[in-house]
Ligand binder design. Structure first.
Ligand code: ADP
Ligand code: MG
Length: 314
């Protein structure tokens, strides 16, 4: 039964030239380029915690890989391979096929090969590791922000949190908002393009202020964010600013890149992102300052305090 499932996965998984041995042996055998560093990320999605129980299997598959590719993107890495640990309540071939539809669709978009994994019975849980490459010295780390650097964010923030809030209130969420929750876009090309330009980078998974706080802590700096500058999608812009700011600043599940760069490199940032993936928008949302912690400021200059700072796992 477990072997039927694994055979289903193996039959559909694409491979690449640098996969010497993929699914089917005791472990995968992979050829790392001699002039690259290997970048490894792992993230788990648990039913009811990381996705709503009604989420379609294909969306769970997409998201499980997307959150990992987002971590590689935040390092400036080029994704190559992944492994998949699946805990399933029962051997449901139809569910697995749906899951693979979403997972392998995103894998194909980024040329990522699924090279192994593990399949067990238990509560629904999906754990993925993603492997990628980066040129030595070019990885985007959290600890490189400097006083005076601009703070930027790709795309828009808050859609996923707004969709979740609607769902929790028993309302039907806007389709565009729900799509951002179920099918986040990992900013892989943007991360690649920013390697060598950005001074620090993190992907926004737990809420912008919390994640930017990690950059500040690692860099030994503070930050000031202009809450009005946080980019909103057309669907989110229909909400009053005071209503959408908490979703944008603390909601999480955005999978955009928050990065810092010297003010002298603004043109380089804009150019690099314009060339990435057909054009990725980025907004300048604040400044790295001396001190510690992240401060959000309203348009008239008063401090804006969110009710909660971000997603906490425990
Ligand atoms: P072992 O008992 O030696 O761990 P398994 O039966 O767990 O072997 O796995 C057999 C092969 O199938 C291995 O190559 C493993 O990487 C692969 N595999 C198992 N589960 C998955 C999965 N969910 N996705 C991808 N590959 C898998
Ligand atoms: Mg195993």
């Amino acid at each position: 039964m477990e072997f039927d499932l694994i055979a289903r996965i193996r039959d559909r998984a694409a491979t690449r030239d640098d996969v010497v041995l993929g699914i089917g042996d005791d472990a995968a055998l992979l050829q790392v380029p001699a002039d690259r560093q290997l970048v490894v990320a792992m993230d788990t999605l648990n039913a009811g915690v990381h996705f709503p129980p009604d989420t379609a299997a294909a969306d769970i598959g997409w998201k499980a890989l997307a959150v990992n590719l987002s971590d590689l993107a935040a390092m400036g890495a080029q994704p190559a391979w992944c492994t998949l640990s699946l805990s399933l309540p029962q051997a449901d071939a139809a569910w697995l096929d749906g899951f693979l539809d979403g997972f392998l669709e995103l894998a194909a978009k980024h040329g990522v090969a699924l090279v192994g994994g593990d399949t067990t019975r238990g509560p629904l849980s999906v754990c993925v590791t993603a492997h990628g490459f980066v040129e030595p010295g070019r990885a985007l780390r959290r600890d490189g922000a400097c006083e005076g650097d601009d703070i930027w964010v790709t795309g828009t923030l808050g859609d996923a949190a707004a969709a979740l809030a609607a769902m929790r209130a028993g309302a039907v969420s806007d389709r565009a908002l729900r799509a951002r929750l179920d099918r986040p876009t990992p900013r892989v090309e943007a991360g690649r393009a920013l390697a060598g330009i950005a001074s620090a980078c993190i992907d926004v998974s737990d809420g912008l202020l919390a994640d930017l706080g990690h950059v500040c802590a690692a860099s030994g700096t503070g930050a000031r964010v202009d809450v009005e500058a946080l980019p909103a999608s057309p669907a989110l812009a229909r909400f009053r600013p005071e209503q959408r700011w908490p979703w944008q600043a603390t909601g999480g599940d955005d999978y955009e890149l928050c990065f810092t760069a010297p003010a002298g490199r603004r043109d380089d940032v804009v150019q690099a992102l314009a060339d990435a993936d057909g054009g990725v928008a980025a907004a300048r949302i604040g400044l790295i300052e001396p001190g510690e912690g992240v401060c959000a400021i309203r348009p008239e200059g008063s401090v804006w305090r969110p009710a909660s700072a971000g997603f906490r796992h425990f």
